[in-house]
Design a protein around this ligand. Structure first.
Ligand code: SAM
Length: 203
């Protein structure tokens, strides 16, 4: 994960366990506390490289798992990977084709390259969360669940309000595996209403 990821104890634990990144523990905790994934679910993972969430997802479901990232993801048995920008309509079309009809869960751990300028980085991260939500609304099955990586800050409230328009149950959740002092907060959205703000649902 580049130089942002120092070799702290969670990192060392993850490497020992065979995970590709320490982020695996964030998803494991999210699942344990929020039960977003059921066995048999078909899942799309946005911003999936290097692939530790995909490793966790593979163990949680027998359904189809699709990982998408700007960067290549080293091959993983039983996982479909797509290299591309998930906001690109052509990439979205490929995801739809691979999903072949039913997506029960969308998880997004996507984050932009950080510039170090706090408010600029937060605005871009929130924008990416909005993009993930807009896309998820076009592929998720009604009743489906979603996880969106986000950051606390002035725009966080707007994003969570937007998510609430589309899901019956929504909460912010900070994982213990997140770095100390980080504003990182995941939005846990359950029970998709099936509405898409007038946008077409191609599936
Ligand atoms: C924190 S990493 C994800 C770690 C991953 N969950 C794991 O467990 O290995 C964030 C990823 O988001 C990706 N990303 C950012 N914007 C993206 C976009 N528009 N489309 C696809 N991937 C994106 C980055 O390339 C980066 O690999």
């Amino acid at each position: 994960m580049g130089s942002q990821w120092t070799k702290d104890s969670v990192y060392r634990k993850a490497m020992k366990a065979g995970y590709r990144a320490r982020a695996a523990y964030k998803l494991l905790e999210i699942q344990q506390r929020n039960g977003i994934i059921r066995p048999g679910d078909n899942i799309v993972d946005l911003g999936a490289a290097p692939g530790s969430w995909l490793q966790v997802l593979r163990d949680l479901t027998d359904g189809k798992v699709i990982g998408v990232d700007l960067n290549p993801i080293a091959p993983m048995e039983g996982i479909t990977t797509i290299v591309g920008d998930f906001t690109d309509p052509l990439v979205q079309e490929r995801i739809r084709e691979e999903a072949r009809g039913v997506v029960n869960v969308v998880v997004s751990d996507a984050s932009p390259k950080l510039s170090g300028q706090k408010s600029y980085d937060q605005a871009r991260a929130i924008g990416l969360g909005e993009d993930a939500l807009a896309f998820a609304c076009t592929i998720l099955k009604p009743g489906g669940n979603m996880v969106i990586k986000s950051f606390q800050g002035e725009l966080f409230g707007e994003l969570i309000a937007e998510v609430r328009k589309h899901f019956y149950s929504v909460r912010g959740y900070r994982t213990k595996a997140s770095r100390k002092g980080s504003a990182e907060t995941y939005i846990i959205a359950k029970n998709f209403k099936g509405t898409c703000d007038g946008a077409e649902r191609p599936l």
